[in-house]
Write a protein that binds this ligand. Structure first.
Ligand code: CA
Length: 236
């Protein structure tokens, strides 16, 4: 799902001066589960970026007053916003600006006209990357179950559990969001980058294998009937 590590929806600022495109992005991101903020020009963008707690900025390059390059430059220079991921929206005829955008520290760029699904995938990927960088080395432990993200090692009562890459990614995601219910499509989007509308049974099969491999801690991956799954660790 489009959530941050505390389970709240990720907060995305859309900076776009064309009303139709701004509305389209607003609706699409909201449908995908994001909390959306809007800005129509560079000045409003800088205000919102410093006044709101955000997880990502989708930044159009050609903007009135202060253009996207300058907005990006100022965001990266201000320590309050320097780590805020930025995806630049560029037009095809702006190859130089595009490079400059990345040199300025933008995390990715998307060329207009874009495919919405592609845009949502990029947003998800950049958010995952930035979350990963923030929490990379924190070992997750719940009773006898431990997951070490730096080493990608999972143990139960000190014994290694051998997981496939996807099983590990799924477990890591669930353990990073305890007590949060995720639908199968949330999990597909988060763990299987490109299987967006994919296969619910893929998730079920991986959960079944995880439960089997983990033994008793596997029971903490609970089925939320009619919805999906949640990781429910024992209290204390
Ligand atoms: Ca524009």
């Amino acid at each position: 799902m489009s959530s941050t590590s505390n389970g709240a929806p990720a907060r995305v600022l859309v900076v776009e001066d064309e009303p139709d495109l701004r509305n389209l992005l607003d609706r699409s991101l909201e449908q995908a589960g994001y909390k959306v903020f809007l800005a129509e020009d560079g000045i409003e963008a800088l205000e919102k970026a410093t006044n709101e707690t955000l997880d990502l900025v989708l930044l159009d390059l050609m903007l009135p007053h202060v253009d996207g390059i300058e907005v990006c430059r100022r965001l990266k220079r201000d320590e309050r916003t320097a780590r805020l991921p930025v995806i630049m929206l560029t037009a095809r005829q702006e190859p130089v600006d595009r490079i400059v955008g990345l040199e300025l520290g933008a995390d990715d760029y998307i060329t207009k006209p874009f495919n919405l699904r592609e845009l949502l995938l990029r947003v998800g990927a950049v958010l995952r990357r930035s979350r990963g960088e923030r929490g990379r080395s924190k070992v997750l432990g719940f009773a006898g179950l431990r997951l070490d993200p730096a080493a990608r090692i999972v143990t139960v009562d000190g014994a290694d559990v051998h997981l496939t890459v996807r099983e590990y990614d799924l477990l890591y995601f669930l353990l990073s969001h305890p007590n949060h219910v995720f639908s199968r499509s949330d999990l597909l989007r988060q763990v299987w980058d490109y299987d967006f509308e994919g296969y619910d049974r893929t998730v079920d099969a991986h959960v079944a294998r995880l439960r089997r491999k983990l033994g008793p801690p596997g029971e903490w991956i609970e089925t939320a009937w009619g919805v999906g799954y949640k990781f429910h660790p024992p209290e204390g």
